[in-house]
Write a protein of this length. Sequence first.
Length: 270
Amino acid sequence: MNLLLAAGVLAVSLLGGARQTEAADCPFDEWRTYKNTELRRTADRKAYFWITSRTAIDADGAPKAYHPDDVGKPCGATGAGLDCPSNAGYPNKSWWPTVLASDPTNPSKAFVQPSGPAKGFFVSKTALQDSANGNERDTARYVDASTIPYLVFPRPFFQLVGTGKPGDLGMAFHLETQKQTAFIVADIGPDEPLGESSIALFKALGGNNPNPRNGSGVASGKVLYLVFPRSVDQRPRKWPMTQEGIEQGAETLLDAIGGMSVLQACATLD
């Protein structure tokens, strides 16, 4: 089934308030709760989903995510970079080197890109990286939040058995805009509830210029996130992938569990 059409069917069914589907029609069983969000997964543990209205926008990996001119300034709605350096922990938090590449000549400072389209910006990293690219200061090593729909897992969530790891694929469906997108799990976030994703993911779901600085520009309503844990193990390399490759991989995995008709039966359990 065409995914865009199917997503529309799913959203219409939800907006119409249909709640007559029985749990027996849904191959996803109750699994666990993470920070008040209920997760359900299949008996073979190859897929699980949750539904949430929480949104947090991640700019990490984008070549223009953070700029030195914004250091020390209040995190307003606008600035030189897509996000505020303070949200990357820079310069006062000890963990900023996990978000920004450090300067090899002065590791206490973040590296500034000397050339290219993002000249003058810091190099922002993601947990998912191209292992074949040994240059930590090359933006091509990371997953660009401005162009690739990706999901962020809180660090404690990664540590739970069965949730998956960076490079896993999934599908996100916005239950009100009726838009959908495939995604890749690409970054690690703080100990917060589920719902953080890249700029590109929220844009694909109907957002209008999603702003990591203040959270604006995201389409309101609930999103269903379906994850295929350890699906990354089916590929020879975790990263890079094209968006087309992410979509094809996620669609194949979705078809293997019954396609959109299965999610239509499960989504009303929220």
